[in-house]
Design a protein around this ligand. Structure first.
Ligand code: 0GY
Length: 302
């Protein structure tokens, strides 16, 4: 493979070079359940179909952040800039000494051998984006077919969708089998309120479908009031943590693709956790027990 040099998009915000040391001590065994690796592009080229070209963000930089924040494990989620080429993700998982798992992206014609190989390389979920600015085609058919096939491997679905599109997708998502994890709380519009009709819809969907989980991640993407407190996002995440304590995950979203308002300080994202999970018990579930059940279940059976 010849090395390709990529230039990140004009105005791209790079991840924080020097995040603060969190004041909040995460429980032993905490998992950052939503983060990415980007490239490096000369080794793992970005997809021709990508909607953005990011800065490189390597596995070693991710491990450095993990250690700095005091978390122990990562779930690396395939970002759309790599399309369905999961090599950067697999490379990272395979060099994590068992401390990372992956969520991949696949095409409709993925073979059984490829699915098995992804599983063997630490992939435990497959992600589908319904965020229109990130994909050319909404993946209904692929999701139906692949979503059914991954059940045999014990893998789950991860869905990225925005709240304004949920009404037309609600019934469709409710038909899906197996565990489904929604990124970033289904991206609520926080100006509509944590008890407003829009977020009620998301909460109701989880209430009606016990196979559905939510990541209480990305206050930085959702906030209107801004960093570092992200106070306007707290009631949304807190509502989910308190209503579905066994079906929530937390993640940094490092290296924070497509941020335009600001680049979050990852240390402050850790300090946000005790505001949304206010008891030691809920923190243990959010950061350790829940992600371990989904991504390292074999370690719980011992
Ligand atoms: C995120 C959010 C974004 C990007 C992606 O796969 C992606 O490209 O997920 C976004 O632009 O909101 O979770 O990383």
């Amino acid at each position: 493979m010849s090395a390709t040099t990529f230039k990140m998009d004009e105005g791209w915000l790079e991840f924080h070079p020097n995040p603060s040391i969190p004041e909040f001590n995460v429980p032993v065994g905490a998992v950052d359940a939503h983060c990415h690796v980007f490239g490096p592009g000369d080794k793992f080229p970005y997809a021709p179909t990508r909607k953005y070209t990011p800065c490189d963000a390597s596995k070693d930089q991710l491990w450095a952040l993990r250690d700095h924040l005091g978390v122990e494990r990562n779930v690396i989620v395939q970002a759309t800039c790599h399309g369905t080429d999961n090599r950067a993700l697999i490379d990272a998982v395979n060099h994590s000494a068992g401390k990372a798992r992956g969520v991949a992206s696949v095409s409709r014609d993925v073979s059984d051998a490829e699915l098995q190989s992804l599983y063997d390389n630490g992939v435990r979920g497959v992600r589908f984006s319904f965020v229109k600015r990130l994909v050319d085609v909404l993946p209904h058919d692929t999701l139906l077919e692949v979503g059914e096939r991954i059940q045999a491997y014990g893998m789950h679905l991860v869905i990225y969708v925005e709240s304004q599109d949920l009404p037309e997708l609600y019934e469709f998502f409710s038909l899906l089998r197996g565990t489904i994890v929604f990124d970033h709380m289904g991206r609520p519009n926080v100006s509509k309120g944590a008890n407003g009709a829009e977020f009620d819809r998301f909460v109701n969907m989880l209430r009606e479908n016990e196979n559905m989980w939510a990541k209480v991640s990305c206050p930085d993407r959702l906030t209107v009031s801004g960093p570092p407190a992200y106070d306007d996002v707290v009631p949304f995440a807190k509502r989910l943590v308190e209503t579905f304590p066994d079906r929530v995950l937390w993640g940094t979203d490092w290296p924070h693709p497509n941020m335009t308002s600001h680049m979050p300080d990852d240390g402050k994202l850790v300090d946000y956790i005790p505001k949304i999970a206010v008891t030691a018990e809920s923190q243990q579930k959010l950061l350790v027990d829940n992600p371990m059940r989904l991504y390292w279940p074999e370690e719980l059976k011992q």
